[in-house]
Design a binder for this molecule. Structure first.
Ligand code: MG
Ligand code: MG
Length: 254
């Protein structure tokens, strides 16, 4: 069941997403070699609470943390050349979810990995361009898939975007692959998270025994960027924002 949102609900979703944007900017301030992923999680959680919201993922489906680093934040110490995707959610007191992801560089990252990050982020915006009333979910999916596969990247199949609202995950699913003209019709009032997960190598991933840690089967890098958007007044209105991250990273912003 797809829930269409009122203008007021869309503004509450924007509020939640701007808190997520701020939390990711706090992460941006400290991402560096030598920092643990648990520390990233702590600063995100503290920021979300400071804004009167609560973390959206903590406790959901039994997940124990604020950030999903495509695994559970841990004592893993970030190393020069790593990339770390930080998927973050926040819930407003009114009960609306923000959901956005940014993949950060740690120190000096190889040019081919930077190119993977750029392409993944570009594919997110290409998908968003197709999120207009009258199109279908498959138009978003196909645009992302074509953009990435033409550049010889693998598009993860097992995880996808989704409707977002009072629940973090609502209908419809928003896959990052598919056929044009298929899937649910896009209408004003729909709010969805679009989140391409793109691999440098093959599309195949495996989930480790903790049930949360996912990695590429070939152990090549994978990137993930996510915006929550509303289809609103005939166009895509991006509710989340990377601007606070850009302000922190300056020239290092991808
Ligand atoms: Mg997310
Ligand atoms: Mg999501």
């Amino acid at each position: 069941m797809i829930y269409l949102k009122t203008d007021e609900e869309i503004e509450l979703l924007r509020k939640a997403n701007l808190v997520v944007a701020g939390a990711l900017a706090e992460v941006a301030k400290i991402v560096a070699p030598g920092v643990t992923t648990r520390k990233l999680d702590q600063v995100a959680e503290e920021y979300i609470h400071s804004q009167g919201c609560v973390p959206g993922f903590k406790g959901l489906y039994g997940f124990p943390a604020t950030l999903c680093v495509h695994g559970i934040p841990s004592n893993y110490v970030l190393e020069d050349g790593d990339i770390v995707s930080c998927d973050c959610g926040a819930v407003t007191p009114e009960g609306f979810n923000g959901d956005s992801t940014y993949t950060f560089c740690v120190g000096n990252v190889a040019e081919e990995v930077l190119q993977l990050l750029r392409t993944t982020k570009e594919s997110l915006y290409v998908g968003i361009e197709h999120a207009v009333p009258g199109n279908r979910i498959g138009d978003i999916s196909n645009a992302i898939q074509q953009y990435c596969e033409r550049r010889n990247y693998g598009v993860v199949r097992e995880m996808c975007g989704h409707g977002v609202g009072r629940k973090l995950h609502e209908d419809p699913e928003v896959p990052n692959f598919g056929r044009r003209g298929t899937g649910p019709l896009l209408r004003n009032g729909m709010t969805i998270a679009i989140e391409p997960m793109i691999n440098m190598g093959s599309k195949n991933i495996i989930t480790e025994r903790d049930g949360w840690t996912t990695r590429t089967r070939d152990r090549k890098p994978s990137a993930h960027f996510e915006h929550s958007i509303a289809i609103h007044h005939g166009k895509a209105d991006i509710l989340s924002s990377f601007e606070p991250i850009k302000e922190v990273l300056g020239e290092r912003f991808i």
